[in-house]
Design a protein around this ligand. Structure first.
Ligand code: ADP
Ligand code: MG
Length: 222
């Protein structure tokens, strides 16, 4: 699904080699954790994988499509088609209830309202929020807000769920609930790429890769 070769991201100002020659292959249906200290380049790599940012070198194919040389518009379309994002901050729309928040990506695609609401409700039930459909973010705990964000990421049925420190703002119990949800998603066949600096928690993934100073280390070292 992901095929990266010698991917680099060098920031000219300060000459930071944030991502420095990464080779990465991710197969469909796998659950991978990318581990690494703060500043090791994890978020930069995630932005490159999600096509939110452009590498300064290397080649990247997503779901069989070569992305190098694609227009900004083409990259955005490819990202929307294949990837669902979850970030440390839940970034839900305040004042909008869980259903409307989870349905937003479908609204951007012109899916009719009735179908949007049905699909969002299905996803919210799947993440265990069937009884909170009409709650706005202000009425939900952090863990519940993150589950709405996961429902929103999955409502388009993406090939890949990309999560950057999704439990970083959560208390331990809520964090465990999110990771339990990831286990269930993986068991149901989802492909998950999870970025974390928590070595202990990363044991829950089926594969671990360590990032250090912009490079990926062999898995034996993690
Ligand atoms: P992590 O997510 O592992 O904490 P990041 O990918 O956020 O690491 O950052 C990797 C390195 O790239 C850091 O040294 C950071 O300071 C640098 N960096 C990130 N974004 C920029 C930017 N826009 N301009 C310059 N340097 C950046
Ligand atoms: Mg980061």
């Amino acid at each position: 699904m992901i095929h990266m070769r010698n991917i680099c991201k060098i920031y000219e100002r300060g000459r930071v080699r944030a991502v420095d020659g990464v080779n990465l292959d991710i197969a469909r249906g796998t659950y991978t954790a990318i581990l690494g200290a703060s500043g090791s380049g994890k978020s930069t790599l995630m932005h490159l994988i999600g096509l939110l940012d452009r590498p300064t070198g290397g080649t990247y194919a997503l779901c069989g499509q070569q992305t190098t040389g694609m227009s900004a518009r083409g990259r955005a379309a490819l990202s929307r088609k294949h990837i669902g994002f979850v970030f440390q901050s839940f970034s839900l729309v305040p004042g909008m209830d869980a259903l409307e928040n989870a349905a937003l990506p479908l609204a951007f695609r012109g899916v009719p309202r009735g179908e949007r609401i049905d699909r969002a409700a299905d996803m919210l039930c799947m993440v265990g929020l069937g009884a909170r459909l009409r709650h706005t973010p202000e009425m939900l705990s952090g863990g519940q807000q993150q589950r709405v964000a996961i429902a929103r990421a999955l409502v388009t049925d993406p090939d890949l769920l990309l999560a950057d420190e999704p439990t970083g703002n959560l208390d331990p119990k809520s964090a465990r609930e999110i990771l339990d949800l990831f286990d269930r998603l993986h068991a149901s066949g989802r492909t998950i790429l999870w970025i974390t600096h928590d070595r202990g928690a990363a044991q829950r993934a089926e594969r671990r890769i360590l990032m250090r100073e912009g490079r990926l280390c062999p898995e034996e070292e993690t």
